[in-house]
Ligand binder design. Structure first.
Ligand code: ZN
Length: 148
């Protein structure tokens, strides 16, 4: 089934992750890299926490206050990224960003994150949907440098 063709399913995925966010709550230990992410255009203000082992995302969590789109997209991100290598994670993030900019993307690679396909038509909400995804990309880039 293609999620992008199922408006009811899209709504259901977003509301489920908004009401029951996965991996919410920080560990606040030094094994985690923490990054604050916020948007001036929205209420979004979240902390993203990532535990990295070599080139693999061992764990990823978040906390904070954010709108429906931002909360749900961050929750989905955390579910998708656990156990992924930096290369795999970057590929998924790039695909997701392409989708949000109305460009070609691989739907299968995005799993539930396809639910944000319509956000690409709301320019002012794209930042909400990509806040944590861009943040993770920055964390990975930095961690990659210091691992070399
Ligand atoms: Zn927002």
């Amino acid at each position: 089934m293609r999620i992008s063709k199922e408006p009811a399913l899209i709504r259901q995925i977003i509301m489920d992750h908004y009401e029951f966010p996965r991996n919410k709550g920080l560990k606040n230990t030094k094994e985690y890299i923490k990054k604050n992410l916020n948007s001036e255009a929205c209420i979004d203000n979240i902390d993203l926490e990532v535990k990295i082992e070599g080139q693999v995302i061992e764990d990823i969590r978040f906390d904070g206050v954010a709108c429906t789109i931002s909360t749900a997209s961050t929750s989905i991100l955390t579910e998708m990224m656990k156990g992924k290598t930096f290369t795999e994670a970057n590929k998924i993030i790039d695909n997701y960003v392409s989708m949000l900019h109305g460009e070609e993307f691989d739907e299968e690679l995005l799993e539930e994150a396809v639910a944000f396909i319509n956000t690409s038509k709301q320019a002012n909400r794209i930042k909400c949907a990509t806040l944590a995804w861009d943040g993770l990309k920055e964390i990975i880039a930095k961690a990659g440098e210091s691992n070399e």
